[in-house]
Design a protein around this ligand. Structure first.
Ligand code: GLN
Length: 280
């Protein structure tokens, strides 16, 4: 079989299993097997596949057909300007989370020397992107999952900033740190009912990174209470919020002595990231 025929085989299997991105996914999976970029593959469609490559492709199609995310199949995901290693112990970095990085960059400059705390770091994508962009700053990152800390640490090494970011395997409740200039977080914020309605591919991701009690706010409440103690006066708390939670979150922040600077909308115009300042 040549690549063109193999692609149409992949397309038909993924399509009949309701994978919306069937065409793109088949191309990415075949390009990976052929050790080519997607662009190279598309201009070499007549190239023949040997039996080993064909079997490899069939196995990958089989995983994707069961809704396993492409990022877990390839064990990597791009976020901001960088690549991060991921596996099913960490959430797959989402484009809307890049808003946190973007806002931090607006509030600092290349020479800023600040101390950042990332609560629930997962793959480390947020804190590592920030420290890459602000090399005179340092970071501390917490996660309750030991396996996540392992991945985040290896991502720090991959980006040569392991000396600037300290990873701690601890729950935010127990953490007693110094005073930070910035706290960033993409906490779990999905309630139990919403979780059950999520698409199958999301269920490959760790529950602990997504689910947050019956109202979806259990972790956000802890995050706000802890940030009150961990931030310097005028320090900023910047985090991602679930759709439909923004008003409740704003009230919680105000009640706890935070000033609301800004709310950023994501690509679907959903209020998604909040920037607040500890004023008392
Ligand atoms: N900070 C990580 C991310 O944004 C993990 C977030 C989480 O596990 N809730 O991808």
């Amino acid at each position: 079989m040549n690549c063109l025929e193999t692609l149409s085989y992949g397309n038909s299997i993924l399509k009949s299993n309701n994978i919306d991105s069937y065409k793109l996914d088949s191309e990415l999976l075949l390009a990976n097997v052929m050790k080519m970029s997607r662009e190279e593959l598309l201009i070499n469609l007549q190239e023949q596949l040997d039996r080993i490559k064909l079997n490899k492709f069939k196995k990958l199609i089989d995983r994707r057909k069961r809704k396993e995310p492409i990022a877990y199949i390839f064990k990597k995901k791009e976020f901001w300007k960088f690549n991060f290693a991921v596996d099913n112990n960490v959430l797959i970095p989402r484009p809307e989370t890049e808003l946190i990085v973007e806002e931090v960059l607006k509030l600092t400059n290349f020479k800023s020397s600040k101390h950042f705390l990332d609560i629930g770091t997962g793959s480390g994508c947020i804190i590592l992107s920030i420290i890459k962009e602000r090399p005179s700053s340092i970071g501390t990152a917490l996660d309750i999952s030991k396996k996540a800390i392992k991945i985040a640490t290896s991502n720090a090494k991959m980006h040569h900033i392991q000396n600037k970011v300290k990873f701690v395997n601890i729950s935010v409740d127990k953490y007693l740190g110094s005073k930070y200039d910035f706290i960033v977080s993409n906490p779990p914020y999905i309630n139990s009912i919403e979780y059950n309605r999520l698409e199958m591919n999301v269920k490959f991701e760790p529950h602990v990174a997504l689910k947050a009690g019956v109202d979806g706010l259990s972790v956000v409440k802890k995050l706000i209470l802890k940030s009150k103690n961990l931030l310097k006066i005028n320090g900023k708390l910047i985090f991602e919020v679930g759709s439909k939670q923004m008003i409740q979150v704003i009230n919680l922040l105000k009640k706890n002595g935070f000033y609301i600077n800004r709310v950023c909308k994501d690509f679907q115009s959903i209020p998604r990231v909040i920037i607040s300042t500890k004023i008392i």
